[in-house]
Design a protein around this ligand. Sequence first.
Ligand code: PRX
Length: 646
Amino acid sequence: MHRFQINSYPAYQKAYKRSIEEPEAFWDEIASSFVWRKKWTKTLEWDFTKPEVKWFQGGQLNITENCLDRHLEKRANQTALIFEPNNPNDAAQYFTYKALHSKVCQFANVLKANNVKKGDRVCIYMPMVPELTFAVLACARIGAVHSVVFAGFSAAALSARINDAACKVLLTADGGFRGDKITPLKSIADDALKTCPSIEKTIVLNRTNSEVIMQANQVWWHEELSKVDDNCPVEIMDAEDMLFILYTSGSTGKPKGMVHTCGGYMVYTAYTFRNVFQYRSSRAVTLGREATRAGGPDVYWCTADIGWITGHSYIVYGPLANGATTVMFEGVPSYPDYGRFWEICEKHKVNQFYTAPTAIRALAKHPINLAENYNLKHLKTLGTVGEPINDEAWNWYNDYVGKGKCPIVDTWWQTETGGIMISSLAGVTRSKATYATLPLPGIQPVLLDENGEEIVGNPAQGILAIKFPWPSIARTIYGNHERYKNVYFSAYKGKYFPGDGALRDEVGDYRITGRVDDVIIVSGHNLGTAPIENAINEHEAVVESAVVGFPHDIKGNALYAYVILYDGYTASDELLQSIRQKVADTIGPIAKPDKIQFTQGLPKTRSGKIMRRILRKIAHNDTTNLGDTSTLLNPEVVQSIIDDAI
Ligand code: PRX
């Protein structure tokens, strides 16, 4: 068994206790199982009031040596990366650790040849293709700071992110395949580049054979590759050197460039990957198309995009630091049909499957035989991330995908936390519908009342905060430490404030109740949108819903619900009343929405979050200034909601 694998409930309890009583000794031990060029001299220095957090100071390392080089002795011929293309008729690609190492070194040399140096920022705006993984790791290998921008973002969003970090080089592709569409990445990038003076060079991958016009200082990826070899020693990094910047939207203002550093991020993502998913590696075996996997390592698949933190931590760094086999998928769950995820699970004999509740709800809406037609017998662990998962979706996932045999890990964390914070460990600690359950070793959550006082004892409900640092906490917002302090450390002195609410049940399991900034006060009662939505979603006719507030003469605020119905249900007054009644039955009459609008879709961000800001405006009957809707997954839905608004 792996050195830091927790394999029983008592072992979890023991690890947790030690992580609280002796945090430094606890993390020292875990960090020792990595390759360091120089051992650290000070494990932790922190002060949440400044705020300042430093882990493993004095230590030197390169994360790619841990993700690649050190596996070459035993796993050179094991598959590191499986690439499943958008089109199911195209062949999957398999990269062994040896091949991945070579690809990364080669591209690192391309970056060097294009004048990228340690500390330079490199913006990556690419589709989900293997070259994206190579590029991320190539940056890390030479000490350049990657800033991956999700390939669904608009030119304006891309330009804002490039400029915020003054990136020197842009990596992009001619286009990206998504279902039956091609995203014209190069032309979007060119638009962005009109306002990006810091970019000196753009390297363009040919993915879709789209016609593109190369401009000055733009070069082809494959031509650059042909000029270099694959010998690239690692840049030695200090533990607290910057590894990457990743942008996350704030509740106000421009996006925040969260900064993650090399040492702590590596240690924490690797530790949590292994334990949450209970990933099992094994002796080195050759994994190819035909090869048998008896006794081989697990195959793990996270459906996120590398443009988000989930992809950074749990497609790339966490799995590779563990010598795992990780799948990356270029396409979408609906192409060529809603059976695609299950087809991929069958084809690659996926053992751990990690996705978002929004995907589960979309899949659950389609005929069940799309899941049942495929052999899912290799699945051992199911995971979810990104938003609270409602009972119905959890049960569907459990019954139809896991067949009641796979523990579900509901993983609560954030871009800012770098790694999973609260989650069960698959099959080791209990899983419970809609509960993230227990904090991981090293994580000290507390619930606070509205005065910021810690609520002791169970059950309890309040504002979630974390009172002790963990190795992968973001160190700052790039270029704006003051904002970092204001957003995360000012609301509750001496504590990290994630912006979520939670409840803790009798046995101490946490359930995330949703953002605390989405609370609506109705007739003086605090109502969270998430529990109301959960109640509405429990109705048999409902796929998904979103609740916002709108001004009301008597109550102050009233509730406006946007509701998507399952096929086969039609909007009627009777249905409307029964949904209101469902909410009244679940939460109380006070939570009954005043208005319910049936809609075909909800405006969503690329990471699947509902854009409440837009829904709120529509509910307020103020559609004059909806702001930038170009970054939405489905901008077209906005007009239809406006047209049908009540
Ligand atoms: O509100 C929480 C929700 O997503 C937020 C973080 O979003 P982001 O930085 O985009 O990272 C998403 C992927 C880690 C959190 O503040 N969230 C995330 N996971 C869960 C969740 N809410 C409930 N349950 C979860 N498992």
